[in-house]
Design a protein around this ligand. Structure first.
Ligand code: SF4
Length: 223
């Protein structure tokens, strides 16, 4: 199947209603809001990827945060994950500025951000069926990213989703921080702990650890 143009992909994706539980949750969160964001008009739809369409490095996360990208409409923007991630993207030379604010002119260079599931799940836990449903969008999106050389999975679930996408067995390609598996055509699959608050505030994932993975990915991608 020929990949659709980007604008068609994004238009169709942001109208997706395949997962009834997630549609209900994303909209309910957008209505209920968090007190600190009560003046916000939440995005409350599937969150499209963000970055360079010619990217050589793809960062593949889990899902939008309920009050983060489900609010702002941009991956990793508006919560603790993004506050950790974007300064390190900047430090590694991948972005035009160290913070991401919705509607700003931030540009990513050679990098594209997306996720295994594109609607915020309750407790950040998508079901197997929801992961399977959203893998159809992953197929289209990764098909559009023709220059990708390195796929960096953030967390165990994203890693499994990429293994499924590439038809690789989990038993032969276990998840661990710093994992590196070759893909055909001189491409690479890397894995890191997710940049969630749960990992970064407990010291499980430090800035140094994540920067090291980013720089490895940068080298492998030839950036
Ligand atoms: Fe559609 Fe993916 Fe959202 Fe499910 S998670 S409703 S498949 S965009």
């Amino acid at each position: 199947m020929q990949a659709p143009p980007w604008d068609t992909f994004q238009k169709e994706l942001t109208a997706c209603t395949r997962c009834a539980r997630l549609v209900a949750y994303r909209e309910e969160v957008g209505q209920r809001k968090r007190r600190a964001y009560r003046d916000w008009d939440y995005w409350a739809r599937p969150v499209p990827g963000f970055g360079d369409p010619d990217a050589r490095l793809i960062l593949f996360g889990l899902a939008p945060g309920a009050h983060g990208s489900n609010r702002t409409g941009r991956p990793f923007t508006g919560d603790a994950s993004g506050a950790f991630l974007y300064p390190l993207l900047y430090q590694a030379g991948f972005s035009s500025k160290p913070q991401s604010e919705p509607g700003d002119d931030l540009r990513l260079f050679g990098v594209y951000l997306t996720a295994a599931v594109r609607c915020a799940p309750p407790e950040n836990k998508p079901t197997r069926e929801e992961l399977l449903a959203c893998s159809a969008w992953t197929r289209v999106e990764l098909g559009l990213l023709r220059n990708a050389r390195v796929y960096l999975a953030l967390g165990r679930i994203a890693h499994k989703a990429l293994l499924d996408h590439f038809g690789m067995k989990k038993s032969a390609h276990p998840f661990f921080h710093g994992a590196h598996y070759p893909l055909p055509q001189d491409r690479h699959l890397l894995a890191s702990y997710h940049v969630s608050r749960q990992n970064t505030q407990t010291g499980r994932l430090t800035r140094e650890m994540f920067l090291e993975v980013l720089l490895e990915a940068k080298g492998l991608a030839g950036l």
